[in-house]
Ligand binder design. Structure first.
Ligand SMILES: [Fe+2]
Length: 429
């Protein structure tokens, strides 16, 4: 997109909407909630708020706004995440040591950068527009990625506190119906052969979704919905966590060493399983998609069920074939931040449900460059490319993803043992 006098008010509207959303996510937190980093993966909420601001300051204001004066000379050191080309930084594992800057100071930092961004958009030179729009769009997409991490990191911080506090007074709860059982899953055909996957189009997509290319797949069948909590419990009660036969060797080592026995946030109280949600501790909804499981658990469940996970190519081709409609209820826009049970309708057995939103679906595909992938020049080349090893691809977005952030070609990626994202399972046969 090119910024013209007509499009500039629009881009500022997007900017304000997305920036405000980050602050809205953090608004229910107390100052104390903003500081902890209970594990290396989870960053303090205030760090996310400042780091997304640093991104605009570093890649846009310093570059395009003549005479820009940084808010604080040390913030580049504190809020640079992993950009070697930008210089030294606080180590990732030390983010939780930072009692300062305070939340208030970080909100001032955000306001300062927002003001300067508006000023820049006002005085942007025509020859800067194309380059500006590229970084501006990435800045907004980056902030939306951190909004998802904010939700999962806040959940980790609150959900691992023995008090199990509610995120926000009156936070929406999922109504649990234990009387009803969703119908058995149906396995729907997906046509094999040569197909094209990857992003084609003029809108925004990450470099890792390109170039589009051909892949060959065999005919296969896809589960028409996500695996539910009730189904996952059968795996647990059948000794799934105690039988090495279902597990990859690396996974079994972790199951034994860390005594895995249930998804993250599940807790047994008086013989009943409960789970921490942002509403607080709740009974497990048997019909809701199972979530907060690692790739290793998804794979073990598939082995136990006598099925398998999809590859990312199979997943994308199934989406091309079944053309899911996006529903706001399945995304962060609903502000529930918990996957909902499928609303079963007349098309239950003929359509593939829950492909977009609810939970990220683990695929049995490693995160590698597509054939012909080229890393960007400069610091943005560090965004995706350098992480293309030792991670598994997840597809489809989750209840913590903003709905306008996701696409069928979107590739998310995490190490195989990670559980704190809203991850889930869909099977193939
Ligand atoms: Fe980032």
């Amino acid at each position: 997109m090119r910024a013209t006098p007509d499009t500039i008010p629009d881009i500022l509207q997007d900017y304000k909407r997305i920036r405000a959303r980050t602050e809205r996510i953090c608004a229910p937190l107390r100052a104390e909630d903003h500081v902890p980093q209970p594990v290396i993966d989870v960053s303090p909420p205030k760090w996310h708020m400042a780091h997304t601001t640093w991104f605009f300051e570093t890649f846009i204001l310093k570059k395009f706004l003549l005479g820009y004066k940084p808010f604080h000379h040390l913030y580049n050191y504190i809020f640079n995440s992993y950009y070697e080309s930008i210089g030294d930084r606080v180590l990732r594992e030390n983010r939780g040591f930072l009692s300062r800057p305070t939340v208030e100071e970080i909100l001032d930092y955000r306001a300062y950068v927002d003001e300067q961004m508006e000023e820049l958009v006002d005085c942007l030179l025509p020859e800067q527009e194309a380059e500006f729009m590229k970084f501006f769009t990435i800045g907004l997409q980056h902030e939306q990625q951190h909004q998802e991490l904010l939700i999962t990191d806040i959940k980790y911080i609150l959900g691992h506190n023995p008090l199990r506090p509610e995120y926000e007074k009156g936070h929406l709860a999922v109504e649990v119906d234990t009387e009803y059982t969703i119908p058995e899953a149906v396995y729907l055909p997906v046509k094999g052969g040569l197909h094209t996957i990857g992003y084609i189009g003029e809108s925004f997509a990450w470099d890792n979704e390109k170039p589009a290319h051909q892949v060959y797949i065999n005919d296969f069948k896809i589960q028409n919905r996500l695996v539910t909590n009730a189904e996952y419990m059968k795996f647990m009660y059948d000794g799934g966590y105690h039988n090495f036969r279902y597990w990859l060797s690396e996974a079994w080592g972790l199951v034994e060493a860390e005594k895995w026995e249930a998804p993250m946030y599940w807790q047994r109280i008086d013989g009943e399983w409960l789970q921490y949600t942002l509403h607080g501790l709740q009974y497990i909804d048997p019909n809701a998609p199972v979530t907060h499981i690692s790739f290793f658990e998804a794979d073990a469940y598939a082995s136990w069920a006598g099925k398998r996970l999809l590859t990312e190519a199979e997943w994308e081709i199934a989406v091309q074939q079944y053309k899911p409609k996006l529903s706001m209820q399945a995304f962060a826009d609903a502000e529930i931040y918990q996957p909902q049970p499928l609303d079963v309708k007349a098309d239950y057995a003929t359509t593939c449900h829950q492909l977009m939103g609810d939970v990220w679906e683990w695929t049995y595909s490693g995160y590698f460059p597509y054939p012909g992938y080229k890393r960007e020049e400069g610091a943005l080349g560090e965004y995706n490319g350098k992480f293309m090893i030792n991670q598994m691809v997840m597809r489809g977005g989750s209840c913590a993803t903003p709905m306008d952030h996701i696409r069928p070609t979107y590739r998310n990626f995490f190490p195989a043992d990670k559980k704190w994202q809203f991850t889930g399972i869909r099977l193939a046969e």
